[in-house]
Ligand binder design. Structure first.
Ligand code: HEC
Ligand code: HEC
Ligand code: HEC
Ligand code: HEC
Ligand code: HEC
Ligand code: HEC
Ligand code: HEC
Length: 363
């Protein structure tokens, strides 16, 4: 698939007219990436999506701006000192107890904000025991590894990953990395690519070039809110997987499909509360509270506002009241930011609700 889309992009590039619009010229787009095969027909998505955090959820050496901007990171944790050092395109992760030092090359960087490294030693993969966090612009213990007390340099280096975990990490953060339930790092493409969400896109490109558009991937925009939550939940976790995994307390705030389903606003058949009503998966998340007002008011507006937003879509659900407190910036009060234990990462609570002072975190 990778070689194929590489070839296709060469063909498409040759055939493509030079851009006279304000959009970046094709050469500025990750030229060998799979998205370039879609550029000539789906320009908007093919230009924007490769720049999103989802598309960069895994980075290879030389493409990681975080370590380039922080060429020497150090931290001391108990008896062990960690150094993550970058020269040119290569990054080395080292841990020492003052007597023995263990150094390994960083081959895979996970995460765009918070960043964890997967290390390889004797054919076995490990999750680095320390990670980079933007809020401290430095290293601290990897989320989830707080309970580990290392006794040797080897243990302090990282947490050994089971085969199942490894497949899961690469399955969510990369594309084409798992075949027949086996990890296939040879074919792995970093990040979440077009084909990861649009299964069958490669065959569609080949057919399209012959003028046959009948094999276009399924229209995801037609899925119900419930089905979109499950689709995004493959990686952002579904309601069922959170319940089955017994993720209680603030740690589950990062699982948006679960939190949203627990909100009184959620109706699996109403498109106005779908992930897609508020997010375009090909674009960066919008970080401006007021832009979400129209999304809320589509159901919670006064009857006048509703009449103007209703245009053919479902009517306001019975009982969706309007706010007695404010007419704007709804999410600033009703979708609060919650800090994960450890204090380094904040997520937006998708369990939309009235937040009363003194109320605990609703599970
Ligand atoms: C030569 C032009 C062409 C290329 C190249 C192409 N597509 Fe398409 N694609 C189309 C056309 C035309 C349709 C509409 C078909 C229809 O509506 O029946 C379509 C439909 C789609 C749809 C369904 C859209 C919807 O309405 O939900 C998706 C998804 C899609 N393409 C993804 C891709 C991806 C990903 C690539 C690159 C790997 C790609 N396409 C490459 C022409 C192209
Ligand atoms: C194949 C796995 C996968 C699927 C499917 C997926 N995501 Fe993601 N998404 C990720 C990963 C991994 C990240 C974290 C990227 C990072 O920050 O490193 C992410 C991040 C995001 C972000 C935060 C981006 C930002 O700007 O901070 C949003 C919003 C998002 N996803 C929405 C969606 C929506 C909506 C869907 C469903 C249409 C979806 N995702 C489906 C894996 C996935
Ligand atoms: C089921 C899919 C899934 C699996 C498995 C998974 N991730 Fe993620 N990861 C995500 C998503 C989605 C995000 C975006 C943040 C969010 O919304 O939770 C993310 C975010 C991250 C981040 C950014 C910092 C943070 O905590 O948000 C790092 C680092 C990370 N993952 C590393 C890993 C590593 C290492 C593994 C394997 C041990 C792994 N992930 C397994 C889906 C997954
Ligand atoms: C994280 C999952 C995800 C990724 C990655 C992704 N898409 Fe999509 N795409 C979607 C969803 C969901 C929809 C339906 C959006 C809607 O209707 O609002 C969609 C819709 C589309 C459409 C139809 C748009 C329309 O308005 O009819 C095209 C074309 C498309 N995607 C192309 C691409 C291309 C090209 C890439 C890679 C550069 C890509 N997508 C990457 C999830 C994704
Ligand atoms: C009613 C609007 C709304 C809906 C529906 C919605 N989101 Fe969000 N989402 C937001 C807002 C607001 C933010 C925070 C933006 C910011 O940081 O300012 C956000 C942020 C995110 C982030 C970034 C990490 C975080 O938690 O801050 C991810 C990932 C995400 N949403 C995924 C999803 C997924 C998956 C769905 C569907 C299950 C979904 N969202 C449905 C409004 C919505
Ligand atoms: C699909 C329609 C829909 C959308 C979109 C929607 N809501 Fe709701 N919301 C409802 C319904 C229905 C209720 C339940 C009314 C009831 O039972 O009291 C509700 C309840 C609420 C409540 C009261 C919850 C409680 O705990 O008593 C608040 C607050 C709220 N919504 C705010 C918002 C905000 C803010 C947004 C946008 C981020 C939003 N809603 C988006 C339909 C929606
Ligand atoms: C400054 C914080 C704040 C903002 C901004 C805000 N709200 Fe509220 N909202 C509240 C509080 C507090 C309550 C509970 C009032 C009470 O119970 O007396 C509330 C109540 C509600 C309710 C429940 C009403 C009922 O009768 O049960 C809904 C629905 C709601 N808000 C929606 C919205 C929407 C939609 C927006 C944006 C247009 C919004 N809110 C903006 C603080 C806010």
């Amino acid at each position: 698939m990778y070689i194929l889309s590489g070839l296709l992009s060469v063909i498409l590039f040759a055939a493509m007219p030079v851009s006279s619009t304000g959009l970046p010229a094709p050469a500025q787009v990750r030229s060998s990436g799979p998205a370039s095969a879609c550029l000539s027909c789906h320009r908007a998505q093919a230009v924007a999506q490769p720049q999103t955090p989802m598309a960069q959820a895994l980075m290879l050496p030389g493409t990681n701006p975080t370590v380039k901007a922080n060429p020497k990171l150090t931290v001391r944790k108990g008896d062990y000192s960690y150094t993550v050092e970058t020269h040119g395109d290569s990054t080395t992760y080292s841990v020492t107890d003052g007597v023995r030092t263990l150094s390994l090359p960083v081959r895979w960087s996970f995460g765009v904000g918070g960043q964890t490294w997967i290390l390889e030693r004797d054919g076995q993969l490990y999750e680095s025991l320390v990670s980079y966090y933007p809020n401290v612009a430095g290293l601290d213990t990897t989320i989830g590894d707080e309970r580990i007390t290392p006794h040797t340099v080897d243990e302090a280096m990282g947490r050994k990953l089971t085969q199942g975990e490894t497949k899961a990490c690469f399955g969510c953060h990369a594309s084409n990395a798992v075949h027949d339930r086996k990890l296939t790092l040879e074919s792995m493409e970093p990040g979440v690519t077009c084909e990861h969400c649009h299964a069958g896109a490669t065959a569609h490109v080949l057919d399209s070039l012959q003028g046959d558009f009948s094999s276009a991937p399924p229209k995801l925009g037609k899925l119900s809110s419930e089905d979109i939550s499950s689709f995004c939940g493959q990686c952002h976790r579904t309601w069922e997987s959170v319940v089955r995994g017994h993720f209680h307390g603030e740690i589950n705030v990062r699982f948006q499909p679960y939190r949203l389903a627990n909100s009184k606003c959620f109706d699996g058949t109403d498109p106005r509360i779908s992930c897609l009503a508020c997010h375009d998966p090909h674009q960066n998340v919008v970080r401006e509270d007021s832009t979400y007002d129209t999304k809320c008011l589509a159901c919670h507006g006064s009857s006048a506002q509703l009449a103007s937003t209703r245009t053919g879509s479902a009517p306001a659900p019975a009982g969706a009241k309007s706010c007695p407190v404010s007419k704007s910036d709804c999410v600033s009060c009703h979708m609060p930011k919650v800090t994960l234990p450890g204090g380094h990462m904040k997520f937006t609570d998708h369990q939309i609700r009235v937040v009363k002072p003194g109320d605990g975190y609703p599970n």
